[in-house]
Design a protein around this ligand. Structure first.
Ligand code: ATP
Ligand code: MG
Length: 561
């Protein structure tokens, strides 16, 4: 069945309208513009999917532009991580661009503004400049340096560039209107002195352009048609346009800034400053800790690029900010993993079961399908023997009729194997059950075609053979924050809402085939959730990160608490 065509989002509507007027399709060009001051997170994923998605839809090039104008916070490590993450999400950029590549051009254009009396060097302190800004209802005051001659401005600006002055001694400001109703138009600073080495231009520069002076001009240099940014830049649009008014050559395309709402997510934070704090203070193991909302964290947790793309597509873009429940992302993760993850058996909290009528010397290989959703994923062999492990929580001495797992006198099917019946159990001195003795129905083997093999019993349990099981390290990850909105109360530090149980480590018994798992492989541990192989530990045992449970357990916890 063909799905109905999706209605256009408001950005696509703008583009369609432009195409119906003065833009040609081959003029469309987009960019994704991260600042390399941290790792990309799930909010960036929305912006990446938006920009690169438009590129695919309109067959238009999309640049990866590093907005690297603040040497104090930017590093090559972040550039490398960002490139890796965008590629991993499945997108290809046309050009790898850096705002720092335009420093020379921006400097020339700044001099052009000075010559035309549209920029001046202000030698006041930042406090004085701030004090003169006025308020939204009260006009600002002109700087005493506002009417310096072009010659004087030019020589001071050259001095700034040549390193003749300390940081803060002078700034270059655009000369616009100190009484504008838009505070950003009140002679914004376009250059400041920073005696800092830059990760790409090293010590070539000691003046650095401000964001507003850089972004639109970079768009113009790259001939980006639609420069999409988040809503907080809405008020900057007037300034974006003012700068272009001074520079645009009529023969070239004039970029448009348009805004969409920043995405917020439940049970996490996405500001890079806050994420950096989690990393620096050791609350997580790094930017790629599987509990982090970063793309690298999600990768290490076992989320797939497709699930993240489908999620971004489903939540779409909005004009207003709102909080997206991370359960929605988990839904898309499960949906994708359900199709691609082979089913295996792994017991996380073992209880030994002895099948007393199964001969001690006997063992057999059972046939198990790797994915009931996809026959092409084939079968594997599963060793079965007299002693097996089941999950501790799957046995109770006594239980009511709703308990479909193993209880004394009751029957369950062992997945891909036989029906067993619990006869009695052995306890330790503390009264805890340490072993369950069962008998099995010898003709009930799954898939054997006998009447008994088709016999229906209520519960099916996963299990592993004691003799054949291997050990593996298991990391059970949960939400990083215990509350849905850790930033909601401004008087409470978000750190205090960290979920103390966001990581539980344990050792599991896994079926032998799983011991061959390689870094990067996804599995469904039957009845336990989706797990991702994250390499091997020092004992050469496989390490598995829990990606997500099979069902949404949080919804239940939250509605019942
Ligand atoms: P942060 O506040 O996390 O540091 P940022 O906006 O400063 O984010 P940038 O590297 O400048 O980070 O972002 C690159 C692009 O991604 C920008 O266009 C920005 O608007 C977009 N973006 C960042 N965070 C989000 C978000 N939560 N939702 C949607 N888009 C986002
Ligand atoms: Mg930014």
């Amino acid at each position: 069945m063909e799905s109905a065509p999706k209605s256009l989002n408001f950005i696509e509507q703008i583009i369609e309208e432009d195409l119906s007027k003065d833009y040609k399709q081959e003029q469309l060009r987009f960019r994704f513009p991260p600042e390399p001051n941290g790792y990309l997170h799930v909010g960036h994923a929305s912006s990446i999917c938006l920009n690169f998605g438009l590129g695919l839809k309109y067959q238009a090039p999309v640049n990866l532009r590093f907005d690297d104008t603040n040497p104090a916070k930017e590093e090559q490590e972040y550039v490398d991580a960002i490139k890796k993450d965008v590629s991993w999400l499945g997108f290809e950029w046309e050009k790898e661009c850096y705002a720092s590549d335009y420093f020379g051009q921006l400097h020339d254009w700044a001099k052009k503004l000075i010559v035309r009396g549209l920029a001046y060097v202000d030698s006041q302190s930042s406090e004085d400049i701030a004090a003169q800004k006025g308020t939204p209802t009260k006009a600002g005051t002109n700087s005493p340096f506002r009417n310096r001659s072009a010659e004087e401005n030019m020589s001071l600006f050259e001095g700034m560039k040549n390193g003749d002055y300390e940081e803060g001694a002078h700034v270059l400001r655009a000369k616009i209107d100190m009484s504008s109703s838009n505070m950003l138009m009140r002679d914004p600073i376009i250059y400041r002195i920073l005696h800092k080495s830059h990760h790409r231009t090293a010590s070539d520069w000691c003046i650095y352009p401000m964001y507003d002076w850089t972004h639109g001009q970079s768009d113009y240099i790259e001939q980006v048609s639609h420069s999409l940014c988040t809503m907080e830049f809405n008020m900057h649009r007037e300034l974006y346009d003012w700068f272009l008014d001074q520079l645009v050559d009529v023969k070239l395309l004039r970029p448009k800034q348009r805004e969409f709402a920043r995405r917020n997510f439940s049970h996490t934070v996405v500001s890079k400053r806050k994420l950096l704090r989690l990393v620096e203070n050791g609350h997580v193991t790094g930017w790629d800790d599987p509990r982090m909302p970063t793309i690298s964290g999600m990768r290490k947790r076992g989320y797939t690029p497709k699930a993240i793309r489908n999620f971004a597509e489903a939540i779409g873009i909005a004009k207003r900010e709102n909080v997206i429940d991370l359960n929605v992302l988990d839904y898309f993760v499960r949906e994708d993993l359900n199709k691609i993850a082979p089913r295996v058996m792994s017991v996380l909290d073992p209880l030994k079961v002895v099948i007393t009528n199964y001969p001690e010397s006997q063992e057999e290989l059972l046939k198990a399908e790797n994915n009931p959703e996809d026959e092409s994923m084939g079968h594997r062999e599963l060793p079965f023997s007299r002693e097996i492990y089941i999950e501790k929580t799957d046995f109770r001495e006594e239980a009511n009729r709703k308990f479909f797992r193993l209880k004394l006198g009751g029957e369950v099917r062992l997945k891909n194997a036989y029906i067993i019946k619990a006869e009695h159990c052995i306890k330790n001195d503390a009264g805890e059950v340490i072993e369950v003795h069962c008998t099995y129905d010898t003709k009930s083997k799954s898939g054997s075609g006998t009447e008994e093999s088709k016999r229906k019993v209520k519960g099916t349990l996963h299990w592993v053979s004691v003799k054949h099981a291997k050990k593996a390290d298991i990391k059970l990850y949960d939400r990083l924050f215990a509350v849905a909105q850790p930033e909601e109360d401004k008087d409470v530090d978000f750190i205090s809402h960290l979920n103390p149980n966001s990581l539980v480590e344990t050792t599991a018994f896994i079926e032998p085939s799983l011991n061959e798992a390689k870094q990067g492989q996804h599995y469904q541990f039957q009845r336990m959730g989706y797990f991702y192989c994250d390499g091997r530990n020092s004992k050469n045992q496989a390490v598995f990160n829990r990606t997500v449970g099979l069902r949404d357990t949080w919804a239940k916890i939250e509605t019942s608490s």
